[in-house]
Design a protein around this ligand. Structure first.
Ligand code: ATP
Ligand code: ZN
Length: 292
């Protein structure tokens, strides 16, 4: 693996040990899923357990779990990834078919559900907790949804499970985007610093005018998906520096970057718990940046 030979990544093969959940396989999520599928290319490795009477066999393979409640529509064809012939299929089914053709070694699991519904939230939590390769928790959640309620649902679940996740978004005018790395307790969660509209108690649905739909550009969505997957690889394979918050302004080619600290008055009780745990961890094991 060239990335290894060039000293960028210590062990690229580790990619096959991970399970990544993508919530929302629309404009950003579907491209994210395709990039990760192509990164996970390689044969499934069967490993015999040495020194074991029962010679257990472990199967390593990169695993993607997709959630989305929507169907592919012809109107969405200015986005990348989906094809006109897939119109009418659920997005997760269409995505799974294409991704499996690209790389049959990647295991794809799909949920055609709305994660914000109470009944389906339980299933969402269970998948995050047990969806890993050996029944363990998943390694990372990527939010590629387009609304506040779904982002808050992912936030609630990840705070409860102390699971790291990336939030992503593209603005309604299609020329701005961002990604945000959320480590419960260490960086601001989605409830710590809610978007301005929500903080001002304006109902998100009232902002949408009838007959006027949001603009979208495959370019901006492609850039945001690229930033998201690049930072996902850095996190999973331990190379480079992960951006806490990275914005993209297409009009000026400006990429603002910053760290947002958790809010000690956050409304999510699990966030406050994680903040306490993080403070105690820092006291117990102070991190010396130069030794990392
Ligand atoms: P548009 O919304 O403009 O038609 P799109 O369908 O491509 O475009 P995006 O904004 O690009 O949507 O992607 C967001 C994706 O997140 C959509 O596929 C949507 O179905 C999915 N999504 C949003 N909320 C939820 C939810 N609560 N549960 C599951 N999937 C969700
Ligand atoms: Zn918070």
């Amino acid at each position: 693996m060239a990335l290894q030979r060039m000293g960028i990544v210590k062990n690229y093969e580790d990619i096959r040990k991970f399970t990544v959940v993508i919530v929302g396989v629309g404009g950003v999520g579907s491209v994210t899923a395709e990039m990760l599928t192509r990164c996970g290319i390689g044969k499934v490795i069967l490993k015999e357990m040495p020194n074991s009477e029962h010679s257990l066999t472990y199967i390593y393979g990169f695993q993607l779990i997709l959630f989305d409640y929507d169907k592919v529509e012809l109107a969405n064809m200015n986005r990348l990834f989906y094809q006109p012939a897939q119109a009418g299929l659920s997005k997760v089914t269409a995505a799974s078919m294409t991704l499996t053709r690209i790389n049959p070694d990647v295991k794809i699991e799909t949920y055609n559900t709305n994660i914000t519904l109470t009944t389906q939230f339980e299933e969402f939590l269970r998948v995050l907790q047990t969806g890993g390769i050996s029944g363990n928790r998943v390694d990372l959640v990527l939010s590629c949804v387009d609304n506040y309620e779904a982002r808050m649902t992912i936030n609630t679940a990840c705070n409860e499970l102390a699971l790291e996740w990336f939030e992503s978004g593209v603005s309604e005018n299609a020329v701005c985007g961002h990604i945000q790395y959320i480590v419960p307790g260490e960086s601001a969660c989605f409830a710590c610093a809610p978007p301005l509209v929500v903080a001002s108690e304006i109902d998100e649905k009232t902002l949408k005018k009838d007959g006027v739909c949001a603009a979208s550009l495959p370019t901006t969505m492609g850039v945001v998906a690229g930033l998201l997957v690049q930072n996902t690889l850095k996190k999973l394979l331990h190379f480079g520096t992960i951006s806490w918050y990275l914005g993209y302004n297409a009009l000026a080619d400006f990429f603002p970057s910053m760290m947002i600290k958790p809010n000690p008055n956050c409304t999510d009780s699990f966030c406050l718990k994680r903040q306490e745990e993080f403070k105690n961890r820092v006291i117990e094991e102070p991190v010396c940046k130069n030794e990392e």
